[in-house]
Write a protein that binds this ligand. Structure first.
Ligand SMILES: Nc1nc2c(ncn2[C@@H]2O[C@H](COP(=O)(O)OP(=O)(O)OP(=O)(O)O)[C@@H](O)[C@H]2O)c(=O)[nH]1
Ligand SMILES: [Mg+2]
Length: 328
């Protein structure tokens, strides 16, 4: 470091060292560059400052880009699961979200009416599940942020128009998911894989069945799909089979509801703890409090496969709607 730097410079350097944000750092470096005397002895230092400044500017730009995307289109997860609604234009995606939630979606008889993601909460029994209305899957403008939402969600509803060709539409959407978004659709029986292509469970929703007078198309659908994906046929307009749709969404989320109970008291049936299918008593305790998990000795259970109050060990695998009393 050259010895002949003015005191101002060292002050500016201190500001730089203490700066917390990239913006503050950029300002401090600019000040340092303005103060530093320009001669041979400071050549190296000035070069370093210039490099630092351009790196910081780049960082700042990246951050701004991310911030913009994040604040507009990153949908924060709420409730017991997040479900992305995917399909071709006009298949009724927004109508479905409107029928199941109170989200302010736009429904229109022209294609590409939805341009941005709109989240809404659906209630199934005592759980809330988040649905996200999305633009049509082939919307070029949505590609950059749609990818993030599709990769993040827990389940994809693949909505097809029952009055068109549901089998062909399903194939097109499955292809788009794989080729454009690198998402491999899997059936409930298949294992999720975390390496390579991302895998997601899908539920095919054949919509607008109020306009159909035969079941012919479902036979086609079953026959022509490459795998046996689960499907439900509904009318978002008349509400037909929406209860079945809700139950199917819940089932495919692979979650269970566990109710907590304190000794001698009634269980709290309104506010279940949500866990992944296959979770143990220890996982449940961990979810409630990490100290609980450490101190847990045993638990009692009131469930479908056990007798009332049966004592169970920490590695016992829980089932949907079990009531559990933890003993520490
Ligand atoms: N008869 C009938 N019409 C429906 C049904 N669901 C949706 N529609 C109609 O289909 C048209 C398209 O519905 P939207 O929900 O806007 O379709 P979308 O898939 O969200 O369309 P984009 O946002 O453009 O991709 C509207 O005119 C709806 O009223 C249904 O179950 N039955
Ligand atoms: Mg729409």
């Amino acid at each position: 470091m050259p010895a002949n730097l003015p005191p101002h410079y060292h002050e500016a350097e201190k500001v730089f060292r203490e700066a917390k944000t990239t913006e503050e750092k950029i300002e401090a470096i600019k000040t340092m560059m303005a103060i530093i005397p320009k001669h041979k002895g400071t050549d190296k230092l000035r070069g370093e400052l210039r490099r630092k400044l351009s790196k910081l500017k780049e960082e700042e730009q990246q951050r701004k880009k991310r911030g913009k995307k994040g604040s507009l289109y990153n949908i924060e997860r709420e409730g017991a699961g997040q479900v992305a609604i995917v399909g071709l234009p006009n298949s009724g995606k927004s109508q479905i979200v409107s029928a199941l939630t109170s989200a302010p979606v736009e429904i229109a008889d022209y294609p590409f009416s939805t341009r941005t993601p709109v989240p809404g909460m659906m209630t199934f029994e005592n759980v809330r599940i988040q649905l996200i209305d999305l633009p049509p899957i082939e919307d070029e403008f949505a590609k950059s942020w749609l990818s993030g939402i599709l990769r993040n969600c827990d389940l994809i509803l693949l909505v097809v128009d029952g009055t068109e060709e549901p089998a062909i539409e399903s194939e097109i959407i499955l292809d788009e998911l794989l080729n454009r978004y690198k998402i491999k659709a899997i059936t409930p029986e298949e294992e999720e894989v975390k390496i390579g292509n991302i895998t997601k469970r899908v539920l095919i929703v054949v919509n607008k069945i109020d306009l159909l007078d035969s079941d012919e198309k479902f036979k086609d659908l079953e026959k022509s799909l490459p795998k046996r994906f689960p499907f439900v046929k509904i009318s978002a307009k008349t509400g037909q089979n929406l209860d079945i749709l809700k139950r199917s969404i819940f089932d495919l989320l692979n979650i269970i509801r566990i109710y907590t109970k304190s000794p001698g008291k009634e269980p709290d049936l309104k506010d279940p703890v949500i866990l992944k299918k296959g979770s143990t008593v220890l996982d449940f305790a961990r979810q409630i409090h990490k100290d609980f998990a450490k101190k847990l000795k045993y638990a009692r259970i009131w469930g479908k496969n056990t007798y009332a109050g049966q004592r169970i060990q920490k590695d016992y695998i829980l089932h949907d709607e079990d009531v559990v009393e933890l003993h520490i």
